[in-house]
Structure formats: structure tokens, C-alpha cells
Design a protein around this ligand. Structure first.
Ligand SMILES: [Zn+2]
Ligand SMILES: [Zn+2]
Length: 182
């Protein structure tokens, strides 16, 4: 099994320090991942803005292009994301796909470390969905659904053992399927 290569893609104005920290911490929490930050931000598609000054998460997601040599791309933006009919979303992902996007708009705290931890949880959560992981009933597992910031703060930055095993199997399967095609 080879590592899953994840590109963190800044979208719009970006907190480069936060991105660099995320790239270090992601593999610590998901050991089969290798992570890099794209050196260049992509701009926010103006077609994604809503009258309430939120951004349509699906449109942002569709704009992300997986760079060569990478398995996943995760957009990171500081604008507020929405998927109608919800009021907002912390992030979205293609289920069993390759792309995800998260927003830090509602995660910011005066304590930068807390902001980072929250963003880390959101990225891990969305990466789980790209590997076909559904929401976990264990509220302390990072795969648990977050409806509020309190939900995000309650869960840890780790997958429970069951979820982690599912992720490993899913990634192993994707690797062996790709090998058979070669
Ligand atoms: Zn989710
Ligand atoms: Zn779990």
C-alpha cells in the first residue's frame, strides 16, 4: 500500500501558516496520508456567491482540479460555505471521490491553536467521506457529524478504531484496484 497523497489547496485569501500546520498534523492523525500545500491559491469563483454573501460549496468543489501525482485535493477557504437548504456547512466532500472543501469562517478563535485543531478535524472528516466513510455514531470520533461548533469541539482529531479500519481497507482496495489496471 502506498501513501495517499493529499494536496491542500488554498481558495481565495489564505492563512498560509494554518495550511502549513494542517499539512504537518494530517499525517499524524491519518498515518497513511502524505500532505502538501499548493504553493498557489486559486481564486473564488464569482458564480458561487449567493445573495446572503455565502458561497455555494458545490460550485467551489467543482472548481478544484486534482494535480498530477495526487490522490485527493482539499480546498481550504475563509469564506462561509453553504449547501441549500442548509444555513451553512463547515465543509463538503465527494463521497467516494477525490475532492473536498472546508471553510474556516466559523472555526476562527482568538486561540490560533484551537482554530487549527478545528480545521484539522474538518479536513480529516471530509477526507473520510472521500474514502466512503459515513458519519459515525460515536460523538468523540472525528467522523461524527458536526451540526454546531460545539459538536466539532466535542470530538477528537482521531477516527475511532472501527472507522480507521474502514478507511485503511478502503484505501488498500483503491491501491490494489489501481495496480490491477496497470
Ligand atoms: Zn460529514
Ligand atoms: Zn468512528
Amino acid at each position: 500500500m502506498r501513501p495517499m497523497r493529499v494536496m491542500l489547496q488554498p481558495v481565495g485569501e489564505s492563512d498560509w501558516q494554518l495550511l502549513a500546520k494542517l499539512a504537518i498534523r494530517l499525517p499524524q492523525n491519518l498515518p497513511f496520508v502524505e500532505c502538501q500545500v499548493s504553493p498557489k491559491a486559486v481564486s473564488l469563483p464569482t458564480s458561487a456567491i449567493t445573495p446572503r454573501r455565502q458561497w455555494l460549496a458545490n460550485v467551489l468543489l467543482a472548481h478544484l482540479v486534482i494535480p498530477q501525482g495526487f490522490d485527493r485535493i482539499v480546498g481550504v477557504t475563509n469564506v462561509d460555505l453553504v449547501v441549500p437548504p442548509f444555513n451553512f456547512v463547515f465543509g463538503i466532500a465527494e463521497f467516494e471521490g477525490k475532492r473536498a472543501v472546508i471553510s474556516t469562517a466559523r472555526l476562527i478563535d482568538h486561540n490560533a491553536e484551537l482554530t487549527e485543531l478545528r480545521a484539522l478535524k474538518e479536513v480529516l472528516h471530509e477526507l473520510g467521506h472521500t474514502l466512503g466513510l459515513p458519519h459515525c455514531p460515536d460523538p468523540t470520533c472525528v467522523a461524527a457529524f458536526s451540526n454546531t461548533l460545539a459538536d466539532t469541539d466535542r470530538k477528537g482529531p482521531k477516527f475511532c478504531l472501527k472507522c480507521y479500519q474502514r478507511l485503511l481497507i478502503s484505501w488498500q482496495q483503491q491501491c490494489s484496484e489501481a495496480q490491477q489496471k496497470d
